[in-house]
Design a protein. Structure first.
Length: 335
């Protein structure tokens, strides 16, 4: 690391450990994910016997990851599970051991360079007690926060059980990254061209944010909660004016939300993965420069290929650059 204090911190990167087919079968032989290593640094995430996504070794080889971080000038990278690993569909007696094994894998990968790599845990969100227990255990073994999906089946983040988990994290000082997954629309409407990732994923993220705002959940959650939404908060910043207008004009929007929706932007943060300088400027203007952190979605093809370059090329002041590249992340995760 070029400095004892990390100046460039990527808070949103993914890993996929070398899960064997036998390990996956203990969870679900037909659908659980595992890694087929094809050699020469290439592989395939498999779900049962089906190919899910082609990948390369930065996902499971920390040495390769460090090389690419150095090439991009990244001091510290925070790694979280690829969402296909979540295991939310399974009973807790299977989901908890799975989450524990994945979290142990993450610590093992980060041990290669503990000053350069930090993990976020996954939890069996379908069971409140198990999720809270595993979040606390993970923090004790080296994780610096938890990543969760933006919904659990038909339950959005304003569900009472999910709010209880958020409250636990607030009380325990556990930072949260919310990542969209299991996208809306289905195969008939999102049939090709990666539409689930291009249309539904930003919508899922906005839905997660608005479920906390419009339900009044932020009125009940402790202000100590540290919660960040991936992918720049999805479509939230661009459509916030529409939401504020609806709140002013329709009493049904105000029913559970006592204050103007835009007044709640100080309750959460977002990452910078928006891929366009104009979008980043809007995002910082809407959220405030203290609530946007560098996030790349590395090492997937839809992530930022030169991590941090969007922020470096932006027209912000040097002080704002420093906050976006690392200062905000250091404060959020207590680095």
């Amino acid at each position: 690391m070029r400095n004892t204090v990390p100046q460039v911190v990527d808070i949103h990167s993914h890993f996929f450990p070398p899960i064997t087919q036998a390990e996956a079968a203990a969870l679900d032989a037909s659908h659980a994910p595992w890694l087929r290593d094809d050699g020469a640094g290439r592989g395939m995430i498999m779900t049962g016997d089906k190919a899910f996504r082609p990948v390369y070794s930065a996902l499971w080889d920390p040495a390769r990851r460090i090389e690419e971080m150095d090439a991009c000038g990244v001091d510290l990278q925070i790694m979280c599970a690829t969402p296909v690993m979540f295991g939310y569909r399974y009973p807790v007696d299977k989901a908890l051991p799975w989450a524990q094994r994945m979290n142990d894998y993450a610590v093992e990968l980060c041990a290669h360079a503990p000053q350069r790599l930090k993990p976020l845990a996954q939890v069996p969100l379908q069971d409140l007690d198990a999720a809270c227990g595993e979040a606390s255990r993970a923090m004790k073994i080296g994780h610096i926060g938890v990543q969760i999906g933006n919904h659990l089946g038909d339950k959005d983040l304003d569900d009472d059980t999910l709010l209880a988990f958020l409250t636990h994290c607030a009380h325990e000082g556990i930072p949260l990254l919310v990542h969209p997954w299991d996208m809306m629309g289905g195969e008939q409407r999102m049939k090709k061209w990666m539409l689930p990732w291009l249309v539904a994923m930003p919508a899922e993220t906005q839905l997660g944010i608005l479920s906390l705002i419009l339900s009044g959940a932020f009125e009940r959650l402790p202000r100590s909660l540290k919660i960040c939404f991936a992918h720049g908060g999805g479509s939230f910043a661009f459509l916030l004016g529409r939401v504020d207008n609806a709140w002013r004009e329709r009493d049904i929007i105000r029913e559970d939300c006592p204050n103007l929706p835009s007044s709640y932007v100080d309750r959460f943060t977002v990452d910078s993965a928006v891929f366009d300088s104009r979008a980043l400027e809007l995002l910082v203007d809407v959220m405030g420069e203290e609530r946007v952190m560098l996030g790349s979605d590395y090492p997937y093809p839809l992530g930022e290929q030169q991590v941090g370059q969007l922020i470096r090329d932006s027209r912000f002041s040097a002080a704002t650059h420093a906050r976006l590249l690392g200062g905000n992340a250091r404060a959020f995760f207590g680095l």
